[in-house]
Design a protein around this ligand. Sequence first.
Ligand code: AMP
Length: 216
Amino acid sequence: MRIVLLGAPGAGKGTQAKKLIEKYGIPQISTGDILRKAVADGTPLGKEAKSYMDKGELVPDSVVIGLVKERLSQDDCKKGFILDGFPRNTSQAETLDQVLAEMNMPLQLALSVDVDFDILMKRLTGRRTCKQCNQMYNIYFSPPKKEGVCDKCGGELYQRDDDKEETIKKRLEVYEAQTAPLIDYYEKKGILRRVNGEGDIEEIFANICKIIDELK
Ligand code: AMP
């Protein structure tokens, strides 16, 4: 399956993508994760990206598109992929269509995960991630047993730089202005499906799987 996950920051795309990898055995391509790794590794690309990410702005298309192209050309994407956080604007979506057409593997599904604004704010301000294993928690909805410590591996939990309140507001504005129009873009192409992203993670996942299995 070749899938794009759409949805605002905090809609739960990453969480659902990780569950989809397990169930369907296809890789997740998260541009946010790739960029955060480049920042952590201190590469030149990471240094360039960090200034945009810290402000909640989009990293330039030229940088992100290059990363995605390279990732899509790897062998494990032949059986499918889940794009998470890409595309973020119409120009990225158009380039993606071109690249995938050249590779003879067009998108089959654009799935929008829909969540109310107030819930998004709590999800984002409450989000904590394990430094060691990347397991995610939320201090409001799914706190770790012991504050600041990962249940799974005992690693230290941290708050992403771009999950601070001011940056979050900016990220949501950027989403509304630049990314939300992609819902129309994919609707016109006839591959858009929507899922309610509020409530129980397992229930949302079951609804997503139903959509995917119907398409197979
Ligand atoms: P995410 O984890 O997907 O919310 O991404 C975190 C940050 O990485 C975003 O706020 C952007 O600064 C940057 N980023 C991630 N994906 C993209 C993309 N497709 N285009 C531009 N910037 C991106």
